[in-house]
Design a protein around this ligand. Structure first.
Ligand code: CP
Length: 305
């Protein structure tokens, strides 16, 4: 189902395939680490053209926990890209050294292009503002683990829905599940991309709104994102929307007791640190689930699970 496949867009996967990945992740979580040397002899290329803490480190640790090795870079300025080498040539070179490539790149379409050139699997670790499919896998795993199901939930997505790649992938993924109501909450300038809405329109119920207060009592899950300052073509536009939403202890007074509050991280100021100590906050558990999900994904793509 996953062996040898590129992981470029969440839209390339069916619900059956995603549910299978989530089941494998659960098995990985329940399996003692000393039985997981299944990727001994395999090497992952970790090519990060943009900053990352979670995605890069969790993929690298996932590979090592499975017995594999990692080569790569997180500072392209120290590679031959600085001399003018193209992404296509970089991929055609690195694929000779490794068994799978994890790629983060600022350009939309970059992961798809890399996959066109490579004969080994390419895993998209974030392609500009477009998509972040492995974040969606771990977000689904978090919801499944914390709520026991994904179907039938009321899910709010709050923040930068225009430039946030994690929310694009998550929205596409949720459209594969049943009876979900999605509340898309953002400042006017940061509304969900129209192309995403056109894709999900016939698949799930959604409502667009400008602030979270009205929807909050209905929500089972609230997924918050930061404003993606680095994606704005005009910084004055960012200055106009920065700080326009913030989840505090006071905001959460109207929430269901068992609401879970998710965030792909990094956080800037959109979730007050006071919220961290509430039972709603699961964003640091989400980090742990990310490692597990990426272990499952690497094992599947490399054909050992
Ligand atoms: N969530 C996420 O993609 O974090 P990083 O940018 O730190 O990888």
């Amino acid at each position: 189902m996953f062996k040898g496949r590129d992981i470029i867009s969440i839209r390339d996967f069916s619900r059956k395939e995603i549910d299978y990945l989530l089941r494998v992740a659960k098995k990985v979580e329940e399996t003692p680490e000393d039985r997981l040397k299944v990727l001994q002899g395999k090497i992952m290329g970790s090519l990060f053209f943009e900053p990352s803490t979670r995605t890069r480190l969790s993929f690298e640790v996932a590979m090592k926990k499975l017995g594999g090795e990692v080569v790569g870079f997180s500072e392209p300025a120290l590679t031959s890209i600085k001399k003018g080498e193209t992404l296509a040539d970089t991929i055609r070179v690195v694929e000779n050294y490794v068994d799978v490539i994890v790629l983060r790149h600022p350009l939309e379409g970059s992961a798809r292009m890399a996959a066109d050139y490579a004969s080994i699997p390419i895993i998209n670790a974030g392609s500009g503002a477009e998509e972040h499919p492995t974040q969606a896998f771990l977000d689904l795993y978090t919801i499944y683990k914390e709520k026991g199901r994904i179907d039938g939930l009321n899910i709010g997505i709050l923040g930068d829905l225009r430039y946030g790649r994690t929310v694009h992938s998550l929205t596409y993924a949720l459209s594969l599940y049943n009876d979900i109501t999605l509340y898309l909450i953002s400042p006017e300038q940061l509304k969900m991309r129209r192309e995403v809405l056109e894709n999900i329109r016939d698949k799930l119920k959604f409502k667009e709104m400008l602030n979270v207060e009205k929807a909050l009592p209905e929500l089972d899950v609230l997924y918050v994102t930061r404003i993606q300052k680095e994606r704005f073509p005009d910084l004055s536009e960012y200055e106009r929307v920065k700080g326009t939403y913030r989840i505090t202890l006071s905001t959460l007074k109207k929430a269901k007791k068992d609401l879970i509050l998710m965030h792909p991280l990094p956080r800037v100021d959109e979730v007050d640190v006071e919220v961290d100590k509430t039972s709603h906050a699961v964003y640091f558990k989400q980090v742990k689930y990310g490692l597990i999900t990426r272990m499952a994904l690497l094992g599947l793509v490399l054909g050992v699970f």
